[in-house]
Structures are given as C-alpha cells and as structure tokens.
Design a protein around this ligand. Structure first.
Ligand code: 5AD
Ligand code: SF4
Length: 444
C-alpha cells in the first residue's frame, strides 16, 4: 500500500473548520499524515459550504480540475464532505464520476472506515442524518492559541433564505460535561482561548431538557482554570435573554462581542425571511445589550436583494446601519438556494442593484469603522496576542476583549523579537488606525 497522505481544504464557516480538525484526527489515528498540497496527497478532501451559490461554484471548479489529475493518478481518492455533500448526496457521484466519496455532516467521523470500504465499492455516499455521536472525537488543531469548540449542531429556525437547517439538521446541544472535558484538554495543551460554536448558540441547552442554558454553560466554562478568553458565535436576536446578557457582562473572561446577524432593517422583509423579529425587536436587543455593556461590540450579517426588497426596504437597512453603528458587518447578496422557503419566490432584484446595495452598505460600515477607530487613538486595550499578522509578518496581531483587530511591532525598540508574547495578554496603547486595523505598541 502506498503512503497515506491527506490534503483537506475547508470552505465556509468555523463549524466546518472544527469538523475538518476532527476528520484529520480520525485519519491520523488511521495512519494518515497531513500534507499541504493536493499534488502529494493520496486522499483529497473538500469540506464544503452551500450557503451561497458562489461557495458551491468554487467547489465545482476544484472538482472539474481534479478530473484530469485523477486520470494521471487513479489511485488518488477524492472526497466531498460538509454542506454540499449533505445537500446533493449521491447525486454528486453521478455528476462527478471521478469522485470517490460523499460524506454528510453527521458521518464524517467515520471517514477511515468509509475509505476502507472503497476497496470493495467504487463510489460511496454516506449521508444518513441525525445520529452524530456526541463524544470527544479528538481534533488536530494547528493554531495553538484559539480552539474551536462545537457546543451544538444544527438549527431549528427556518430562515427562508438559509440552507443550513437542511444541511445540518435539527438543533442538538452537546452534553456540557463533554464540552468541559474538551476545553480542559485544550487548556492543558496550552491554548489560551476557546471559541464556542453553534448556529444559534444562545439557544444552547433547549434539546437537553434539564434546564441547562447557554448562560449556565458560559459560567461552567468560565470556571475552567487557565483559560484567558472565551468567545462564541453565532447568536439569534430572539434567543438572547437578559439572563445571558447579564452573565456575559459579569464574567470578565467572556468577550464583549456578539455576532448577532440583523440580516435586514425592514420588518416587512424580515417577515419574508422568516426571522421571527421586527426591526424594533432587533433594536430592543441592541438596547438591552448596550445598557448592560456600553462598549459591547455588535457584529452583523446583512443580506441585500432578498426577493421583493424595494428601495424603501433597502433604505431601512441603510438607516439601521447608521442607527446601530455595528462594530463589523458581513454583507451578502441574496443567492437563491434549492430546498429553502424562499426558493419559490422570484429572485427579482437585478444583479446590478444587489451589487450597488452591497457596496453601499459596506462603504457605510467602513466609514463608520474609520471614524470610530480614529476616536480610539490614545486609548489602551488589553489584547490577547494571537500570532504574526497575516498581512504583515513584521507585526503581531491580537484582539481586544471585544473583537478589535490590533497590531503591534514584532520586535521591541531594542530589536528583540516578541514572539514569546503569543498567547499572552498585553496592554497596548493605540497610536494609529485605518478602517480595518488599529496600530499600537505595548504600554510600558
Ligand atoms: N444568500 C445570501 N446570504 C446568505 N446567508 C445565508 N443564506 C444566504 C443566502 N441564501 C448569509 C446570512 C447568514 C450568513 C452565514 O450567510 O447573512 O447569517
Ligand atoms: Fe440559517 Fe437562520 Fe439557522 Fe442562522 S438561524 S443558520 S440564518 S436558518
């Protein structure tokens, strides 16, 4: 048998990153080593995202490309996991005859056994749903500072644009004991921060039926010695209770950063989106959060060009941006997804219009960030140093207790490298800024 080497490429959300880390661990236990390029791999895996058509388009491109590679190296196995695998199931094997494996969002931990079956079967689709076994499977984590910790899977909402309830199934919370064990292990391995993951994380605990909720989970995680920061994503505005906000405000190591997508500023469109809150409901959440934590950073997702979004509806999103002044915003053009509630609504906002709306919202956000970041010059923030900055390795980057991206020089005034600070909390004095980054130096 030739050497077992896996190459994995991960698309989409952090849950996919966490799943990729788990599948790599399962494969490592089966004798695989991880490689950096598909060229050297005996197994190529794509962990896919279906949230917009362009995410799937990238994967279609990768698969088309591998067709030729597979002709030259027929022994190389190709597998698709993640949301696209779950959405299209065995159909993918028909569309791409050079594909070996399609593995759904509840099945990927069984990857080694599935690969073994390929010795008897030409192509395999394992996409059964609903029996993801909740135990600590192990993960291969590259980062060393931040560990992704899934605390629940699936989603019980049915936002009409969203494919996630179809691709990840019903909401299911993990046993808090297993979560705690998982976190204690990463702390022992030297991680400073965890980011708890769930599609609607503030609904954590509902499926456990024993009174557990996300506020209680946060308290339990916060009590773990050695953890410097606790982050979590993503929240649904309807599930953020006052108890949860009080808890976040009270616990010093829980980040004052909430990713709570508003999606839109028009109550009429929010109803068509099935979001279960109005503009006023969202603003009420903002008020409840800010009255407890004046500096809390709110991150939003915005979809422009949802079916029937008129200019008047869109202007309500513009005004929401001005009214809330988000700390950050991801802005997307609506992309119709098969099998969702909105699939049958005519995609009637022209592409040009979607692009213009998307660009304008982004510009509003960046303008706000530029002004706000300027106002932070001269202030001091405690940052967790995460590593060399991706855009400039001469700097180290870290984040505030909110989610501000703050960079410092990688060497001190005497020319000594400061890499020993990675994983530590340091106080940084801000002296410059752009609309994306704050620059500073360690306070003496
Ligand atoms: N089209 C565009 N954006 C979408 N999102 C989810 N589904 C779609 C879609 N069909 C966005 C939402 C969500 C984020 C993860 O992706 O804003 O919060
Ligand atoms: Fe999608 Fe809505 Fe669930 Fe978020 S809450 S994953 S947007 S269905």
């Amino acid at each position: 048998m030739s050497e077992k080497r896996v190459y994995i490429e991960t698309f989409g959300c952090q849950m996919n990153l966490a799943d990729s880390e788990m599948v790599l661990d399962a494969l490592a236990k089966d004798g695989y080593s991880v490689c950096d390029s598909s060229k050297d791999a005996s197994l190529v895996l794509y962990n896919t995202c279906s949230v917009r058509d362009n995410a799937e388009g990238k994967i279609r491109g990768r698969l088309d490309h591998l067709k030729g590679v597979k002709k030259e190296r027929p022994e190389m196995k190709i597998g698709i996991m993640g949301c696209m695998a779950q959405r299209e199931k065995a159909e993918l094997l028909k569309k791409y005859p050079h594909l070996d494996l399609v593995v759904g969002t509840d099945q990927f931990v069984h990857m080694p056994a599935l690969i073994e079956q390929l010795e008897e079967q030409k192509q395999i689709a394992a996409t059964e749903f609903g029996d993801f076994e909740d135990r600590n499977w192990g993960s291969i984590r590259k980062d060393g500072i931040n560990a992704w910790i899934p605390v629940m899977r699936g989603c019980n909402y049915n936002c009409t644009y969203c494919v996630v309830p179809n691709t990840r199934g019903k909401e299911k919370s993990r046993d808090p004991q297993l979560i705690e064990e998982d976190i204690r292990r990463v702390v022992d391995q030297g991680f400073s921060q965890v980011t708890l993951l769930g599609q609607t994380i503030d609904a954590y605990g509902k499926t456990l039926g024993d009174g557990t909720n996300f506020a209680k989970l946060l308290r339990r995680v916060h009590a773990i010695d050695g953890l410097k920061r606790i982050r979590f994503i993503t929240s649904h505005p309807k599930d953020i209770t006052d108890e949860l906000l009080d808890t976040i405000a009270e616990l010093p190591r829980v980040c004052k950063h909430l990713h709570v997508p508003a999606q839109c500023g028009s109550s009429r469109i929010l109803r068509l989106m099935g979001r279960r809150y109005t503009r006023e409901g969202y603003l009420d959440f903002v008020e409840r959060a800010r009255s407890r934590m004046p500096d809390v950073e709110l991150l939003t997702d915005i979809i422009v060009g949802f079916p029937r979004e008129t200019d008047a509806d869109y202007q309500e999103t513009v005004s929401l941006m001005h009214e809330v002044k988000f700390a950050g915003a991801y802005v997307f053009m609506y992309s119709p997804r098969p099998g969702t509630g909105a699939w049958n609504l005519e995609d009637d906002v022209p592409m040009e219009e979607k692009k213009a709306r998307c660009n304008e919202i982004l510009a509003i956000q960046l303008e706000h960030q530029e002004q706000w970041y300027k106002s932070l010059r001269g202030k001091t923030f405690e940052i967790l140093v995460e590593g060399p900055s991706k855009s400039n390795p001469e700097r180290l980057s870290g984040r505030s207790i909110g989610n501000l991206n703050i960079v410092i020089p990688r060497t001190d005034a005497a020319g000594n490298k400061r890499d020993h600070l990675i994983g530590d909390l340091v106080n940084v004095h801000i002296n410059d800024s752009t609309n994306l980054t704050l620059f500073g130096d360690i306070e003496e």
